[in-house]
Structure formats: C-alpha cells, structure tokens
Design a binder for this molecule. Structure first.
Ligand code: NAD
Length: 269
C-alpha cells in the first residue's frame, strides 16, 4: 500500500547490501512512497553486485563511498547536489565490528579492531552529517536517521563492542541534532528489534536470541519491512518536530519486564 508520503522528496540511503538488509527494505518503501534517492555503500559491498538490482527496481543511481572517508563522502554529496539540488532525507544503516567478526571476547577486546568498528558504526554518522552540514545540502524540515539497538542501554553479552558503538551513535544523533535543529532539520535513531540480516546474524547466538526477543515483545519482533515503514513516517512531513530521540521500534521489548508469553513458558515446566 502506498500513501505518497514522500512524493517529491530526495535522499541518500546508505547500507543496502542484500535483500535482507534493513536499508534495502527502506529503499523499496521510499520508492513506493514517491521518493528519489541515491544508494550508497562501501566499494567492497558494491563489488558483490547485488545493489544493482535494487537500483534498477527503484530507478536509483549507485554511488560508492566508504562512510569513514570524508573524501568519499564529499564526492557523494557533491553528486547528490548536482543531481537533486538540496536533499530531504538521509538513512545511515551501517554497522560492523571486527571484534564481533573475529569472535574476540569483550573482556579481551582488541583496541585496534575496536577503533575500526567504532569509526564505521558510530563516527561515520558524524562524518556523514558533517559533510552534509558543511555543504548545507539539506532542505528545511529534512530528516536524518541512523539505526541503533537496545544494547546501547542494556547489556547483551555477545553484542560485544557494538553496544558501546551504539551508545556513541545515539549520543552523536542528540548532539549534532541540536545544531541541525537551527536549520530545521531533525536527527533521530531508530532502535530496531533483532533482525535476520548479514550484520545481525554475525552476532554469536543470534538465532536463540531472536526467539527470546520475540517472546519478550508483546507485539513480537519488528521485521525489516516494518522498520522501513517506520523510517518512511520519520522521513515524511508527519513527524516534523520529532528530533534528537532514540525511538524504539521493537514490539514493546524495551518496556517489558516479563511478558505473558514468557510466564506461560515457565508454567509449562
Ligand atoms: N540486524 C539487526 O538485528 C539489527 C538490529 C538493530 C539495529 N541494526 C542496525 O541496522 C543497521 C543495518 O544493518 P543490517 O542489519 O541491515 O545489516 P547489513 O549487513 O545488511 O547492513 C550493514 C551495512 O553496513 C555497510 N558497511 C559496512 N562498512 C561500511 C563502510 N565502511 N562504509 C559504508 N558502509 C559500510 C555494509 O556494506 C552493509 O550494507 C546497522 O547499523 C545495524 O547495527 C541491526
């Protein structure tokens, strides 16, 4: 179903890797709602080639950028401005931890790997906003979003240093959001349920955890498509005064102490 919520809006969507990616679903939904956008990902991800299918489907251009490189980002934003003029929305859907990838335990973390993951998963959000800010390329009432996870507030042991990266990411959204507010642009993070994607499934014990989160969420886990629907509302003109927030999109997980579903499981034992 389409409501034309993003008719005439232009943007940049970072982080669609394959059909499972949250950014992929966001791109599909933004297209259905009438938006035009550039798809961007790291050069190594582009080499996998899957993004071209999405570009074709949504009539979008693909421009590679390592989100940790100011130079790459400057080229990307220059291209966006040349194509669209000022833009209305940005999605940062980027995350990677070398410590998680290599199975390094949190208590024994490798600090070089920490720095790399922190740069990719958190600081890159600052870099994206900094380049957009310096180029003054956001329209008034534009919307900038990044994706987060509740491990920023609560401990989830195997989420490792990504917990700390997400806390930093959410802080950047609040702090930079204050400056963007003066330009009438909003900045938020969406804290999404665990979702079976390449990044999500890389976390140890993800399968069990998905089931636990499902049982601890009265509405059940939010899917990638449902996340995309929520992002559409946050890019639309219906949410103009929502800014500097971390918005939980998790079926009620973040407010639950225990749920009926979990109590029933213990009853059966
Ligand atoms: N999957 C989950 O359970 C879950 C839950 C909450 C939040 N999130 C967040 O959602 C976002 C998207 O992840 P996803 O689950 O869709 O997985 P994904 O693996 O599909 O997406 C991660 C993306 O980050 C990109 N990326 C990595 N390094 C990059 C770099 N240097 N420059 C540019 N792009 C780079 C990857 O190429 C990939 O497209 C991440 O921030 C993730 O932490 C995921």
């Amino acid at each position: 179903m389409s409501y034309g919520l993003l008719k005439g809006k232009k943007g940049i969507i970072f982080g669609a890797l394959n059909e499972q990616s949250i950014a992929w679903k966001v791109a599909e939904r933004c297209h259905e709602e009438g938006a035009e956008f550039i798809l961007s990902n790291a050069p190594i991800a582009l080499r996998m080639g899957e993004l071209n299918g999405l570009a074709e489907k949504t009539g979008s251009e693909v421009i590679g950028a390592d989100a940790t490189s100011i130079e790459d980002l400057e080229k990307l934003f220059d291209a966006a401005v040349a194509k669209f003029g000022k833009i209305d929305f940005i999605l940062h859907s980027i995350g990677m931890s070398v410590n998680v990838r290599k199975g390094k335990h949190y208590t024994e973390m490798n600090y070089d790997w920490l720095e790399k993951g922190w740069d990719i998963s958190a600081v890159s959000f600052h870099k994206v906003m900094r380049v957009a800010y310096e180029k003054d390329c956001m329209n008034e009432w534009g919307s900038i979003l990044a994706l987060s996870y509740i491990a920023a507030q609560r401990t989830f042991p195997d989420y490792n240093d990504m917990s700390d990266n997400k806390a930093y990411l959410e802080s950047i959204a609040r702090t930079f959001g204050g400056y963007w507010g003066e330009r009438k642009v909003r900045v938020n993070t969406v804290s999404q349920s665990p979702t079976p994607t390449t990044a999500g499934s890389g976390v140890k014990g993800f399968g069990n955890f998905l089931g636990y989160a499902e049982d601890m969420s009265p509405l059940g886990n939010a899917t990638a498509l449902e996340c995309a629907d929520y992002c559409v509302t946050l890019f639309s003109d219906l949410t103009k005064k929502v800014t500097m927030q971390n918005l939980f999109h998790d079926g009620g997980f973040s407010s639950s102490g225990v749920t009926q579903k979990v109590i029933r499981k213990y009853d059966a034992e």
